[in-house]
Design a binder for this molecule. Structure first.
Ligand code: ADP
Ligand code: MG
Length: 273
């Protein structure tokens, strides 16, 4: 058995704008409300925006760990520590082109610097940039769980399939959880998952697992405009309720993985194939 109590999960997608950052943020809020300690890392190095979703202006960011050798714990921003949504954020800087494609060495350096800090939390959540950049897939491959956000749009489905395929060929990863966002009904969510799983099974010879769905919710759009997490603005709105359900599933998954002694580190090195 390992002593590691941290389960890391990355939130990935093929296409941008499907809801990764908002789901990552609200899942972290929900996990914290359940009593878990949570570290959220903005891993969208090119177009980071967790700070914008939270209406904050961090003084330093993840890039400082790499460029200026900053101690990762000095970059942490406690989010509403006295309130209901308290968790810690590792913010990233936006618009720094040289960070969009971190090479293997830089990713390994960041991973090794972050692991001791991450090991203090129950959950480490990585909000990953869209697409198949080496940073996106490299960090996605390091986590204990991978949540792929898809919407019912055909372009989201094809881009997700492409991302899963590249992740498999480049990092030999075959375990993914599908999270269907912006659905109108359970039936639409299941249909979207079945389409994606069918294509994966046919062409890649494995099917990703189904995690759950989040309904389309106008209040989420309002929360983004107000720069307040939805779970805080409207905890009983449909997407908040769905995020709380998903957080319960993640909690159960964590308990199961800990019983199985899942690994030694929050972020695990993975060989390129
Ligand atoms: N469940 C939802 N209901 C309604 N709108 C949503 C939902 N999820 C995402 N959106 C919309 O999509 C936009 C992009 O979300 P975001 O989390 O920034 O996506 P990503 O991180 O994948 O680029 C949000 O600003 C919001 O307008
Ligand atoms: Mg995002």
């Amino acid at each position: 058995m390992s002593d590691n109590k941290t389960i890391s999960f990355s939130v990935l997608s093929g296409k941008g704008g499907v809801g990764k950052s908002n789901l990552a943020l609200n899942l972290c809020c929900a996990l914290h409300q359940m009593g878990h300690s949570v570290l959220l890392m903005d891993c969208d190095m090119g177009l980071a925006n967790m700070d914008v979703l939270l209406g904050i202006a961090p003084q330093s960011d993840i890039q400082d760990i790499l460029i200026n050798n900053r101690d990762p714990s000095s970059v942490l921003v406690p989010i509403d520590p006295a309130g209901k949504t308290g968790f810690d954020l590792l913010p990233a800087n936006s618009g720094m082109a040289e960070f969009v494609d971190l090479d293997t060495g830089a990713r390994a350096l960041l991973r090794d610097r972050l692991n001791p800090l991450a090991a203090r939390y129950d959950f480490l959540c990585l909000d990953i940039g869209a697409g198949i950049s080496s940073t996106a897939l490299g960090f996605g491959a390091m986590t204990s769980l991978r949540l792929v956000v898809v919407t019912p749009e055909p372009t989201s489905l094809t881009d997700s399939y492409a991302m899963i395929k590249v992740m498999m060929t480049r990092h030999s990863v075959q375990d993914f959880f599908i999270l269907v966002n912006q659905v109108e009904s359970d039936a639409e969510a299941k249909q979207t998952y079945n389409r994606l799983a069918g294509v994966c099974q046919r062409f890649l010879n494995f099917a990703p697992a189904y995690l759950g769905q989040v309904r389309f919710d106008r209040t989420l759009v309002e929360a983004v405009r107000k720069q307040i997490p939805l779970m805080q603005l409207a905890p009983r709105s449909p997407a908040s309720v769905d995020c709380a359900n998903l957080a319960s599933l993640l909690r159960r998954q964590r308990e199961m993985m800990l019983k199985q002694g899942h690994g030694n580190l929050p972020l695990t090195p993975r060989k390129l194939s």
